[in-house]
Ligand binder design. Structure first.
Ligand code: SF4
Ligand code: SF4
Length: 395
């Protein structure tokens, strides 16, 4: 008890000292290290994991996130210029770069702007993994903006093991929507004998979107999903483009890798990751982040206090120290538990998706209804899963 009281009092004094040295980085670092060591030595309580260690690079790494923000602002500006030049000034030089334009071009034998853009994105995925999702996707940027606005306060936590298996859904959706449509055209009309080159083949704001459907999509896939399922839920479980990039990123030649043996097992990398990648577990097993959910945002490398991880093209002979490896194993165990229940959830997902598709409801519904139907389906399945989960726990 005496030790615990000492620890509490020390923690209070620590806050006061930090106020006094506010503005002097060196003094702050020195005080933090000293006080943390004292608290750890006082015994009794848990050891404090997050020992502050001065960055090897002088603490400038957060600028990476600024570059990410600017890259998306730049893309948004380009999109605005594109739409304005097309619709306001009538300059029809380059058409849509949407994924629909890609599939449409492929099915009709036209190399349009969409085909060129997405081929470049797929090549980038082979080099950098899903960097497109982390650095350029406008919807990903929008989701981060929403999260920044709403924060963590209002979220409902859903067990991670349930969420793990939702990763199959985008593949099912993409296969049903895009691949099947593409294959149907190829089967019906044959594979295009020749491909023509037409950059402005599809208009930028093509498709059946209306203002209301876009607004609904933004609200339902942004704040609503964030509220229920956490950060970047759309990118983690549902985005069909992300699913496609996962396939290409499995053979990526660069990655977030261990670059020294100084990891202290603090777990900051795990906590920083919006995509809920088990960074420590992957580093322990593979020496790099191998999870295809990684969008190369580099938040983990930014937060690592020992600069043990970095985006790299080479595999260095680095590994986790024994203590950190033990912590990594604990974190992995927590994340990878599987059960028959999880498989049942996957079956429910696939079953409902298939019945939804084959019932023909989607084909005849207006765009606004389709948007609500998609999210309604999503929430319905999650509600069902949650109910089963609660019932199972009560048995
Ligand atoms: S593992 Fe690192 S780089 Fe990959 S998504 Fe998570 S934080 Fe970003
Ligand atoms: S790699 Fe992760 S666990 Fe290791 S020191 Fe860096 S942030 Fe901490």
């Amino acid at each position: 008890m005496h030790t615990e009281r000492l620890r509490r009092r020390s923690a209070g004094n620590f806050s006061q000292i930090m106020v006094l040295v506010e503005g002097c980085e060196i003094a702050k670092d020195a005080v933090t290290i000293l006080v943390t060591r004292c608290l750890n030595r006082s015994g009794g309580g848990k050891r404090i994991n997050e020992t502050p260690i001065k960055r090897h690079n002088g603490g400038n790494k957060m600028s990476t996130q600024k570059y990410r923000t600017w890259s998306r602002i730049f893309l948004m500006l380009m999109m605005t210029v594109h739409v304005v030049t097309w619709y306001t000034f009538g300059i029809h030089g380059v058409g849509s770069i949407g994924i629909e334009a890609f599939f449409s071009g492929l099915s009709r034998g036209v190399i349009n702007a969409g085909v060129i853009f997405w081929v470049l994105v797929f090549i980038s995925a082979i080099i950098f993994g899903r960097a497109f999702c982390g650095w350029f996707c406008w919807f990903g940027g929008y989701l981060e903006l929403i999260e920044w606005g709403i924060g963590d306060k209002w979220k409902i936590k859903i067990p991670r093991r349930i969420l793990l298996y939702l990763g199959v859904l985008p593949f099912v959706g993409l296969a049903l929507k895009a691949y099947s449509a593409l294959l149907a055209v190829w089967i019906e009309k044959g594979f295009p004998a020749v491909f023509t080159f037409r950059l402005a083949d599809v208009e930028p704001w093509g498709g059946q979107q209306t203002g209301i459907s876009i607004l609904l999509t933004a609200i339902l896939y942004g704040p609503v999903l964030l509220f229920f399922f956490g950060r970047r839920a759309w990118c983690r479980y549902l985005c069909p483009i992300g699913a496609l990039l996962k396939v290409f990123s499995t053979v990526k030649i660069s990655g977030v890798r261990l670059v020294n043996n100084e990891c202290i097992g603090c777990g900051k990398c795990n906590r920083a990751c919006d995509m809920q990648v088990d960074v420590m577990g992957d580093l322990n097993t593979h020496g790099e982040v191998s999870d295809s959910a990684c969008i190369v945002c580099l938040k983990c490398t930014d937060t690592c206090p020992t600069d043990s991880i970095a985006l790299s093209f080479s595999h260095l002979n680095a590994s986790l120290p024994a203590d950190s490896a033990t912590r990594a194993e604990h974190s992995t165990l927590k994340r990878r538990k599987r059960s028959a229940f999880d498989i049942a959830i996957t079956v429910i997902w696939v079953g409902i998706s298939l019945s939804f598709f084959f019932s023909g409801m989607r084909a005849v519904a207006p765009q606004e209804v389709k948007v609500i139907m998609s999210v309604g389906l999503l929430l319905m399945v999650y509600g069902l899963v949650w109910a089963i989960w609660r019932a199972r726990n009560k048995l």
